[in-house]
Design a binder for this molecule. Sequence first.
Ligand code: GDP
Ligand code: ZN
Length: 464
Amino acid sequence: MNMLTDNDTISAIATAVGEGGIGIVRISGNKAVAIANRLFSSKSGKQAARIVSHQVVYGDIIDPESGETVDEVLLILMRAPRSYTREDVVEIHCHGGPVPLQRILELTLVLGSRLAEPGEFTKRAFLHGRLDLAQAEAVIDIIRSKTDASLKTAVGNLSGLLSTEIKHLRHVILSMIAQLEAAIDFPEEDIEEAAAADVAQLIIQVQADVDKLLATAQTGRILREGLATVIIGKPNVGKSSLLNALLRETRAIVTDIPGTTRDSIEEYVNIRGIPLKIIDTAGIHETTDIVERIGVEKAKALVKQADLVLLLLDASMPLAPEDRAILELLAGQQAIIIVNKSDLPPLLDFTALEQYSGNRLVVRTSITLGEGLAELEEIIANLVYQGQVSQGEAAFVNNVRHADALRQTNQRLAEALATIERGLPPDCVVVDLRAAWEKLGEITGDTIGEDIIDQIFAQFCIGK
Ligand code: GDP
Ligand code: ZN
């Protein structure tokens, strides 16, 4: 690969901007050690070239021009190939303020390094075969993960769970190709036919495996972005109380998701590791009739945008026309019906409710008494994980690019099946299978263009 040849030396500040206890400047490439030698003076007088790899040394960074001490630091040298990039890497751990970090970075640049592009360290790790592409992308996901659950899936992918599964499927496809190609060499028609029949069976299995991976993609998106949740119900049923109860109960409230501002009407709560992005119906819930107030179309749009609707009803009141209107809005929508105020004398007619609610999940709560909330959380968690994914342990698709490649793989496989069914010769089937094999390879980066690789690494922040 010609991309491997440009191993000039790069450096960047590897820690977050702003003040911190420590900050790290990272240098990678064949000049890393020489640059560190010019800058670093250990307390015991050793220079970086003589510093043993993978040991922490204490010393000073000294400006070679002025002789002035810039900062006291800890320096770690990691000689190739036992480093993140598989090149010589030097990490300088200095005080965390922006000033020492900037000064040290500048000194490395003056001495012949260049500023790293976003994600360039990880890109080098990929180009040198230390990580495959799916693993490199997991690094981005780890940096961005907002919840325990999304962190776990990203860590799982970094350790290669998804890559292992993809490699296995590619191996199966290759063996199908081999089987067909062997059959082509035989003149007997029936050997070709038998091979095609075998392969057709295998294709169906691989398609099922790909579908399983795709089924995790929706969960992956939710873990990444939050489950868009709308709480609706007529005035006074307990919507604000529910939101407050959820905010109170769920310890880790996710606050640093981009787009949340003070005047935003979105609140994040964390239910069993799942971030719920609750779109508070603040503006509309203190009115007599939500449908009248905001209009049927707007109410519908609000509900349609949601991944999950929580509809509150009041157990102490008969089902009202507004309740029925809202129930009708829920057609085709994932929704949970919460019958609240179950501590009060019941007046809600459950038979009438069933008529409108169909077979939706109904949970009875008393928010005042704190009853039914655990059950509600259980139901929400089950809906998201669909009872089939145990987080972090299975291969997980939490990346749009991967999901797209998987979908296209299954299309190619469907074409291969159709080719077999039409009784076309094995080499036509091989063409389709090869296309599927290549699509899968795009996930791990085995078959992918340089431009796409550049795009992926451009999403990283500088220093990673
Ligand atoms: P919203 O208008 O739907 O947001 O309803 P609120 O959350 O403001 O609640 C309306 C009233 O119902 C408040 O006085 C709450 O204290 C009360 N309330 C909420 N949940 C319950 C419950 O489970 N039982 C009883 N008895 N009262 C409740
Ligand atoms: Zn309210």
